[in-house]
Design a protein around this ligand. Structure first.
Ligand SMILES: *Cc1c(COP(=O)(O)O)cnc(C)c1O
Length: 356
């Protein structure tokens, strides 16, 4: 059967290998990895693959994604702090959620009671990145209220770094998290078994064996799929960074000038374009556009190809420097960064092809 383009070629063997490698490195350091599935919209085939490799808990930011995983036998963690309005779905489809607002936790408690369920929560602490989390000075007061709530079980503390403020996880901020956990355990005479020390930006500390003792969970998405850590954006040894490749088809290929002819207004997105005269070019159009990709995150595998731009449905390439002879109907392959992969996975117009 011929493929339908554009498509994402998803190599499940490579993803399985990356999963095993992440589990091994984490376990060597006393850390249990949670795989975060949002960048691939919790695609069930991929989730089954990683669960088969021994992942016990998967996390996603969207309840709609967790709902798809109802039949898959693993714990589900909601990683975006919940909306109060979705609390009822949260207790139904997530076993655990990350939280920072007492108001919402009270609502979760109420819904959990209705469903006769015990909902587990990890309290998020803002260690400086200024996205979600209770400030350290407010933690004890918050915990005091949480532990009064029925059908809610506080199972640990967590933090998220390098997402908004770009703050790097280090010994000092992660140790602060462990210390806070110890303080809560003493103060309230409870056990908090989980210290969730961040995302793929904390992974370098596992690789270097510098993750502070006591941090026993990481929530990993990008490192699995793109084979790189995100604190210093380094490729990880022994992990594939080409598990998922984007493929698009050439629908026009012509020699055309590099400068538009006529008075220049704005492009399809309201931006005023500017151009450099490079003479005649071998220009290709790929059936793929801004509805499916993040232009800045796209890198052709053929390094001689230059990306010129895109509109909603057309991607323009300069093939002038390519040694290879392309023709209409040929397929061009691309690497993607995180944002571009997220867009491509989310687009209804991009097909998925699995290699097993
Ligand atoms: C997205 C997300 C993760 C995973 O991040 P990666 O950089 O993909 O590893 C972990 N925790 C939270 C709260 C997230 O939102």
């Amino acid at each position: 059967m011929s493929k339908a383009y554009p498509c994402l070629d998803i190599d499940l063997k490579k993803l399985a290998h990356n999963t095993r490698e992440i589990i091994k490195l984490c376990h060597e350091n006393g850390v249990e990895p949670v795989i975060v599935t949002k960048v691939f919209c919790a695609n069930e085939t991929i989730v089954k693959t990683i669960v088969n490799e021994g992942i016990n808990t998967v996390g996603d930011s969207r309840i709609k994604n967790l709902m798809k995983l109802k039949q898959i036998n693993c714990k589900k963690l909601l990683v975006r702090i919940p909306m109060k309005s979705e609390a009822d779905s949260v207790v139904q489809y997530a076993d655990i959620s990350l939280n920072s607002e007492l108001e919402v936790i009270k609502e979760l408690s109420h819904c959990a009671l209705n469903h006769n369920k015990l909902h587990e929560i990890i309290l998020m602490i803002d260690l400086g990145d200024l996205r979600e989390g209770v400030l350290p000075q407010d933690v004890l007061d918050t915990v005091k209220e949480i532990i009064k709530l029925p059908n809610i079980k506080l199972i640990g503390l967590g933090t998220n770094l390098t997402c908004y403020g770009g703050v790097i996880p280090e010994e000092n901020n992660l140790t602060e998290l462990v210390n806070l956990k110890n303080k809560i355990e003493e103060e309230f005479n409870i056990k908090l078994p989980i210290v969730s020390g961040g995302n793929s930006s904390s992974f370098y500390m596992v690789v270097n064996h510098t993750i502070p003792k006591g941090v026993n969970q990481l929530r990993i998405g990008e490192a699995l799929v793109l084979g790189r850590e995100t604190a210093f954006e380094k490729d990880l040894n022994n992990l594939y960074n080409d598990s998922i490749i984007l493929k698009g088809e050439i629908i026009e290929l012509k020699e055309k000038p590099s400068l538009p002819k006529g008075r220049i207004g704005v492009d399809a997105f309201g931006n005023k374009p500017s151009f450099q005269d490079k003479g005649l070019m071998q220009r290709a159009i790929i059936a793929l556009g801004k509805q499916d990709i993040l232009l800045e995150g796209l890198t052709p595998l053929d390094s001689k190809i230059e990306i010129l731009g895109a509109s909603s449905d057309h991607l323009l390439l300069d093939l002038t420097k390519c040694g290879k002879e392309y023709k209409v109907g040929d397929i061009v392959e691309f690497h993607m960064n995180y944002g571009c992969l997220l867009a491509a996975m989310t687009s209804n117009y991009v097909n998925l092809e699995f290699k097993i």
